[in-house]
Ligand binder design. Structure first.
Ligand code: MGD
Ligand code: MGD
Ligand code: SF4
Ligand code: MO
Length: 739
């Protein structure tokens, strides 16, 4: 492992030999049905069906786990859960590959140092909990709660949030805000006064015309959205895709517009220009429900389709056609906001431009347009005990960082920076593979992990991050545990869902709820959690008129569809300062930012280099599935490839299928080679590779050395000064045949 030599304080530990002592061959894995699952139905084939929800991505579809003789035999989509609607994406069905992954973390590990050497010692839970509770306590005593920070991704974190709130630790970040969907969230807050959510608020089912910038459904497998879009296509809905690459969705589109990357705001301005100059916009909606139209026109009036064509490489005719068709189908038409929106550091403004396009055609709360889904109303029981009076504060320095999200009080890159400067002295990492996730570059993440005085990882796999921390706590997988109830998703049929174990935790792994309880107990703080996790869930469900026994039968409680549409003349009463849709944002202006989205030029590739674009593959969710043999067995999922345009390939004498290393503009060369895919499905100024490959932790025996790491090649980031998102697409690569 090459990092061990660069950092002396905390060596990367090759834990494989220790792991093996605790793990077992696939066939002899201990497993069993958890007691108390009597209410789960049988399916007539001697199988028990346990209804729960998926953890292979944040979408959280409902699953039906088939259990036979104490083993999970297959996972199918729950017919009761509105997000899965009886179907799963490939990753969801592949959950057994995680459960029976022979490389799983089997027992707690504690880093020890002897004679200048570092190694992990297999520890008992009591030793590990004592080390974690003690390590955190010491830092809290010496430096106060803000010297401790938690990074998290995944649904099981709720127990750890509660644990930390007991000692006033609320420096909490989810990389999925600043590296993923934060810009869409905040852009929607600034434009409509509420955050965009999951599933994003679009009435896909009734739409006739859908525009996508990047957002590559079909490869990005958001189950419900993919089902609804497929259904839309069957119904005859039209799709328009702006993407430098011919994506799977582009293959279904009426128009694929291979836009020059990083020029999308110019395109959006040109679309607005046509809508306004050709009088195609919804004047009544704009007059009654929006502010800032004059300022908007002032900004976009110069961006004619002809001007935009020179910037975006898309013809003026195509721009006019799309704008006219969009207006023609409106209000049953929308521009989608996307998910991983942080591309170039100005993503919040780009998504504002999208939301402004939506507002101009008056599609807000209209069939087929932008809608606001509702959550299932689940009353919260009063706190189990009097809470210490700690100030809840937002730690982020970014002025438009969310102020109302207790699970996200600072950008994850701010935590990484504070770990490097010493302001943060302890890192608690739940379900985040920091070296492969943190996109200030792999080196920065490793530096942070080296610098802190104390670090803990709660994970299910020996991911890279587990090699750098002081204590590793093995959580059992989502198929072996209860978690909190899921009523975090708003949907057309609001629902609350249950995660329940299908089989008992394997090896010595434990559910997060028990781990958090043990740490809190060790601090001498008792009564934070209900006496058992089941009792806590039952209590909450009883307040909602149901019970644990009841919800176990289908894994979900679902309300009838809510009314999503506005009535003529109805005031919108939006939660923006003006109460209206803000085409120009006075808040942004007061903060010193552009009130209306402006197009700014981004750097171009140096000669011989190509902009490095990234995306997803149907079978994989980076760290969550990279080592999953069930999914990885499929040829398309075994490694990532670098997509290279045919003319670029011949210029660099690359042939289809050959392996090369990639080198970025700062001279970083990919640790592992990557296969070349020569194709006309990508522009000549960019290359494309799927994120989540090129793992260098040998303990991930399947994932190790398959493909190249996207994260390793990032050395330039563009941080949005308004809300703290990290753009990382201003990185460029070239090809190296010999290293
Ligand atoms: N270079 C680059 N970096 C990126 C991206 C990119 O495209 N390129 N994408 C960004 C995006 S969009 C996102 S959302 C983030 C996501 O990145 P992360 O926040 O790191 O999330 P994951 O990779 O989903 O999972 C991380 C870890 O969770 C562990 N895990 C899986 N299940 C469980 C569980 O039940 N309990 C616990 N405790 N751990 C579990 C896995 O083993 C893995 O180590 O990455 C971002 N970083
Ligand atoms: N199967 C599967 N599904 C997943 C995931 C997974 O790992 N596997 N991960 C989930 C997560 S965490 C996220 S955040 C989402 C991400 O899914 P999306 O939000 O759809 O992803 P993006 O990264 O925004 O989009 C990638 C697409 O944008 C194009 N693109 C790149 N640069 C530009 C540009 O400058 N302009 C335009 N117009 N297009 C551009 C790329 O060519 C690519 O097709 O997927 C989710 N779904
Ligand atoms: S979209 Fe796929 S991976 Fe994500 S929760 Fe649904 S089934 Fe699981
Ligand atoms: Mo994401």
């Amino acid at each position: 492992m090459n990092h061990g030599t660069e950092f002396s304080r905390r060596d990367f530990i090759k834990i494989s030999s220790l792991f093996l002592a605790g793990s077992a061959a696939l066939s002899t894995l201990p497993s069993g049905i958890v007691s108390g699952l009597g209410s789960n139905p049988m399916n007539g084939k001697g199988e028990k069906i346990v209804y729960s929800f998926c953890e292979h991505c944040f979408w959280r579809c409902g699953v039906a786990v088939h259990v036979s003789d104490g083993r999970v035999t297959k996972i199918t989509g729950s017919e009761y859960h509105p997000l899965s609607n009886g179907k799963l994406c490939p990753r969801g069905t592949g959950g057994t590959g995680l459960l029976y992954d022979p490389d799983r973390l089997a027992h707690p590990l504690i880093r020890e140092r002897k004679g200048g050497k570092q190694y992990y010692r297999k520890a008992t839970w009591d030793e590990a909990i004592t080390a974690v509770a003690g390590g955190l306590y010491k830092i809290h005593e010496q430096h106060g709660p803000s010297a401790i920070a938690m990074l998290h991704h995944g649904f099981g974190v709720s127990f750890f949030k509660k644990m930390f709130s007991e000692i006033g630790v609320n420096k909490i970040a989810k990389p999925s805000y600043d590296l993923c969907c934060g810009p869409a969230r905040q852009a929607t807050v600034l434009t409509y006064g509420y955050p965009s959510d999951t599933p994003e608020g679009f009435d896909i089912m009734n739409s006739k015309y859908m525009l996508f910038f990047g957002t590559h459904f079909g490869e990005n497998m958001h189950n419900t959205a993919v089902q609804e879009i497929s259904e839309g296509i069957r119904r005859g809905a039209k799709i328009v895709v702006f993407d430098p690459r011919f994506s799977t969705l582009a293959g279904k589109a009426e128009h694929w517009l291979p836009i020059k990357p990083a020029t999308d705001i110019a395109m959006m301005q040109a679309l607005m220009n046509v809508l306004i100059s050709e009088n195609l916009y919804d004047k009544e909606f704009v007059e009654q429900h929006t502010v800032g139209f004059a300022e908007l026109w002032e900004e976009v009036k110069e961006m004619t389709p002809e001007k935009a064509a020179t910037i975006t490489d898309i013809s003026a005719d195509s721009i006019r056609t799309v704008a006219r068709e969009f207006a023609f189908h409106a209000p049953a038409a929308f521009v989608h906001t996307g998910r991983r929106t942080n591309w170039y550091g100005d993503a919040m403004q780009r998504i504002r431009a999208i939301q402004i396009l939506n507002a101009l055609v008056g599609n807000f709360k209209m069939p087929g347009g932008v809608v606001a889904f509702e959550k299932y109303p689940l009353p919260q029981p009063p706190p189990a005990h009097e809470h210490p009076a700690y100030e809840k504060e937002v730690h982020s320095k970014y002025p438009f960082f969310p102020k109302d999200e207790p699970s996200n009080t600072i950008a994850s890159h701010e935590i990484v920076q504070q770990a490097i400067t010493g302001e943060v002295k302890a890192l608690f990492i739940y379900g985040v593979n920091l070296p492969e996730t943190m996109t200030l570059g792999r080196q920065t993440a490793l530096e942070a992990l080296q610098k802190v005085d104390f670090s803990v990882a709660v994970d299910v796999l020996p991911a890279e991050v587990t090699g750098y921390v002081d204590v590793v706590l093995p959580e059992c997988t989502y198929l072996e545990r209860y978690d909190d109830l899921d009523n975090g998703r708003a949907f057309r049929t609001p629902f609350v869902a249950l995660r329940q174990p299908a089989v008992a935790p394997m090896f010595e792994s434990k559910p997060g709820n028990e781990i958090a309880r043990m740490i809190t107990d060790k601090w001498g703080i008792h009564g934070v959690f209900a006496p058992t996790v089941e009792a806590g869930l039952d209590k909450k469900l009883k307040l909602a008129g149901s019970s644990l026994e009841e919800i176990k039968k289908r894994g979900v409680l679902v309300m009838p569809a809510t009314d999503l549409y506005r009535k003529p003349g109805e005031p919108l009463n939006l939660n923006t300062p003006s109460g209206k849709v803000e085409l120009a944002s006075a808040q942004l202006k007061a903060g010193g930012f552009d009130a209306v989205p402006k197009y700014t030029k981004h750097p171009e590739a140096p000669a011989g280099y190509y902009r490095m674009l990234t995306g997803r593959k149907p079978m994989l969710t980076f760290g969550r599935t990279a080592n999953n043999r069930f999914l990885g067995d499929l040829a398309t999922a075994q490694e990532n490839e670098v997509w290279v345009n045919t003319t670029v390939a011949s210029k660099h004498q690359l042939s289809h299928g050959e392996y090369v290393h990639l080198k970025n503009q700062a001279g970083i060369v990919s640790e592992f080679p990557i296969k070349v895919k020569v194709t006309q499905r990508i522009r000549t100024d960019a290359v494309y590779m799927v994120h989540g490959f090129g793992h260098n932790a040998k303990e991930l025996k399947w994932a190790y050395k398959r493909g190249a790491s996207h994260n390793q090649l990032i050395s330039k980031t563009d941080i949005d000064p308004a809300m703290g998102a990290v753009g990382f697409q201003n990185n460029f690569v070239t090809f190296v045949k010999e290293i």
